[in-house]
Structures are given as C-alpha cells and as structure tokens.
Design a binder for this molecule. Sequence first.
Ligand code: GTP
Ligand code: MG
Length: 208
Amino acid sequence: MTGIKRKQKMNETQKKYSVQFVQSAAFFKELPRSTGKEYAVLGRSNVGKSTFINHALASGTLARVSKRPGKTTLANLYRLDNELFWVDLPGYGYAKASIAEKDRWGKLINDYCRKRENLAGVIWLLDIRHPGVSADIEADEWLKEIGRPVLPVLTKGDKLSRPMQKKQAAEFSRTFDFVEEPVIYSSLEHQSRARFWSRFDAWRGKKL
Ligand SMILES: Nc1nc2c(ncn2[C@@H]2O[C@H](COP(=O)(O)OP(=O)(O)OP(=O)(O)O)[C@@H](O)[C@H]2O)c(=O)[nH]1
Ligand SMILES: [Mg+2]
C-alpha cells in the first residue's frame, strides 16, 4: 500500500468528524434550526442508539447510555464538523414508560421525522437478535408511510456468530423489505466503525 493510500484508509479507532453537542429538545418546536443535512438515529428503546452514536463518532460518552430502557428522553442534536448533523432520539416501544412520557416521545419522533425540513435520512437501528418485533413492524409501516430514506443498522452483532449474523440479516431483509442492505454493527468491535462509514457515505452520496 502506498503512503497516500495508507493515509486515506480510515484507521479503526480514528475519529471521522469532530463532534459537538448542540442542544436537546423535549418537543419538536424547541429544536434549533440547523444549517446542514440531518440524519436521525431511530430505534426501539435499549436497541443501542446512544451507544452507536458514541462508538461510530468515537465521541466517548457524549450520548448517555444505560442498561435500562428509556434513557434518552429528549431529541439530542449533534454537529459533525460543519458538515452534517445527527439526532439521537428517544426509543419507541418501551412498555413500562408512563403514558404521558410515551405520548411525548411518540409525538417528538413523529413530528421530527415528518416535519424536519433538512432531515435527509433515518439510520434505523434494530437488534440483530430479534427480527419481527411488533414495535419494529409498526415502525416499518410508519417509516414507509413518511417516505424518508432509511439505512438499517443491526446492532449488538457481537451477540451472534458470523454465520448467525448473516442468517439474521437475511431474515430482517425478508421481514422488512429494506431498500438498503442492513449494516451489521457491534459497539465492541472497532471494525464496525469503518464498515458503517463506508456504507453511510455511499448511502448519503445517493443525493440524500
Ligand atoms: N453487547 C453489546 N451491547 C450493546 C451494544 N450496543 C449497545 N449495547 C448495550 O445496550 C444497552 C442499551 O444501550 P443504549 O445505547 O442506552 O440504548 P438506546 O437505544 O439509546 O436506549 P434508550 O435511550 O433507552 O432508547 C446498554 O447496556 C449498552 O451497553 C453492542 O453493540 N453490543
Ligand atoms: Mg439512548
């Protein structure tokens, strides 16, 4: 490999962007305008959204993580260089949350994904072990209805062997009829990061 090629290849632990937390919002109208394209990180409670954000962006503990579901209760906006924005959202499908909380989270997610003008796409996280969970089936119907481009990411890949990962990925693709092939991700494996960015860049290169 030449020196230039070596430089271009993303180091497995390297930061791709410098990340800045911008603001949190409990309601859609509280979110500040952002100046670039945005990507939402969506998924069931506890699927690993905040962990994924920290790991993919190599941003330490910027997004707060918990073993228990229902940790992220606000929309959290992050700026990636001056280029784009990511939004960490509360999870859907957490049965034990109060009705008032569930209503607010649902409205926040729904308003954000439907109304946000510069939302270019949704990074949809699904637990690789559990295809066909009813909350994800409902989310799929809703995502198809709102028509935003979706990049599916199957989280917690380290919980399965490589052959099982492939089998589950095929099962997810059958269940959800994804436009994009799902990206298998593990926050315990550095290789996941480079693999994700190469897929993300290709996806957003499709004029998203
Ligand atoms: N083994 C393993 N555990 C993971 C992975 N990603 C997340 N987790 C664990 O899953 C749990 C939930 O992670 P969070 O990142 O808080 O999940 P979340 O989707 O943001 O959850 P809410 O904010 O509650 O909706 C934590 O205990 C994480 O350590 C992964 O790739 N592998
Ligand atoms: Mg979270």
